[in-house]
Design a binder for this molecule. Structure first.
Ligand SMILES: NC(=O)c1ccc[n+]([C@@H]2O[C@H](COP(=O)([O-])OP(=O)(O)OC[C@H]3O[C@@H](n4cnc5c(N)ncnc54)[C@H](OP(=O)(O)O)[C@@H]3O)[C@@H](O)[C@H]2O)c1
Length: 295
């Protein structure tokens, strides 16, 4: 088994890498060489002797074509195929006030749902929104596209797209957008991207609430909803692959100031489970941890 995990120098990606490394060969990737090599060292040190295959590090910034091309070259030259791709790299698209966030979690007894509270503790802006869509949606799509020929050489190709409960359609107030993104028969990738463009334009003009987009953590919610919709389309296009997306729960990592409730190890279990599904399992589904859930 040969696998690649994007954004695997820390957090959930690192744990996915560690868990998959007990099954076969891995490419641990990071957009920063120093952080990636340090993570590789840590993984080898901590996981020994549980590592089954070979682990190598490769630079991968999912927003940078040169790094994607270079990863493709590495895999093509060393192995000639890829069995598992986990699109995990992601950013939050907001700047938290982590102190307020921790207080809000305590008050809510878990993930805070009060929009007014979110307005106070999480700042967002147009530049962060662009970065968030570029990384979480377009980045995953670019990496998929580039690695597709190598996945096609595998007899059991699997793509796991790491999404979030915040990507569920219920977080988008505007019903026609919910209906379109959820309509697997008629939706196209082009339409997903048109929707993201309208979203960004309304964001730029300060029209989020007026136009019925998510009011808070807006770009993250739209990026993860787009990723789920895209996963469903990709699965239709690639019937011999298993292509699924997953919501992990609220995991203690840097993205939320380590305020989650699950450990990174627990968070990694469901993407790893999907990466190793038997061939007879279904594709094009959204999972909540290890159970199928609706979009
Ligand atoms: N934590 C949660 O509660 C939770 C819940 C649901 C879904 N998720 C999703 O889980 C995934 C992993 O997040 P995490 O919680 O583990 O957060 P994290 O600790 O912040 O890790 C994010 C990883 O993505 C990498 N990354 C960011 N932008 C990148 C880019 N352009 N190219 C390549 N790598 C990039 C980061 O690299 P750097 O170290 O260089 O920043 C880091 O390795 C994300 O997709 C996130 O949306 C998390």
């Amino acid at each position: 088994m040969h696998a690649v995990v994007t954004g695997s120098n820390k957090g959930i990606g690192f744990e996915i890498c560690r868990q998959l490394a007990s099954k076969g060969d891995m490419v641990l990737t990071s957009r920063d060489e120093k952080r990636g090599l340090e993570a590789l060292r840590k993984l080898k040190e901590e996981s020994c002797p549980a590592l089954l295959g070979e682990i190598v590090f490769h630079w991968l910034d999912v927003t940078d074509s040169a790094s994607i091309d270079s990863l493709v070259e590495l895999i093509r030259n060393r192995i000639g195929k890829l069995d598992i791709l986990v699109n995990n790299a992601g950013v939050g698209g907001i700047v938290y006030d982590f102190h307020d966030f921790a207080d809000a979690i305590e008050r809510a007894g878990g993930w805070p749902t009060d929009e007014a509270e979110w307005r106070k503790m999480a700042a967002q802006n147009y530049e962060l929104a662009i970065e968030c869509l570029t990384t979480n949606y377009y980045g995953a799509k670019r990496v998929n596209k580039a690695l597709l020929p190598l996945l096609q050489q595998s007899s059991s190709a699997r793509i796991v797209n790491v999404s979030s409960y915040l990507g569920l359609l219920q977080h988008i107030p505007r019903k026609p957008i919910r209906d379109e993104l959820g309509d697997i028969e008629n939706l196209t990738k082009g339409r997903i991207e048109e929707i993201l463009k309208y979203f960004l334009e309304d964001f730029r003009q300060g029209q989020l609430e007026a136009k019925g987009w998510p009011e808070n953590i807006s770009a993250y919610k739209m990026s993860k909803a787009a990723l789920i919709a895209y996963t469903r389309l990709l699965a239709k296009e690639l019937p011999s692959f298993l292509v699924n997306s997953v919501c992990l729960g609220f995991v203690k990592t840097v993205i939320n100031g380590n305020n989650g409730v699950l450990s990174a190890q627990e968070g990694a279990e469901s993407p790893v489970y999907l990466a190793l599904l038997p061939e007879t399992c279904p594709s094009g589904l959204l999972f909540s941890k290890k159970e199928v859930c609706s979009f």
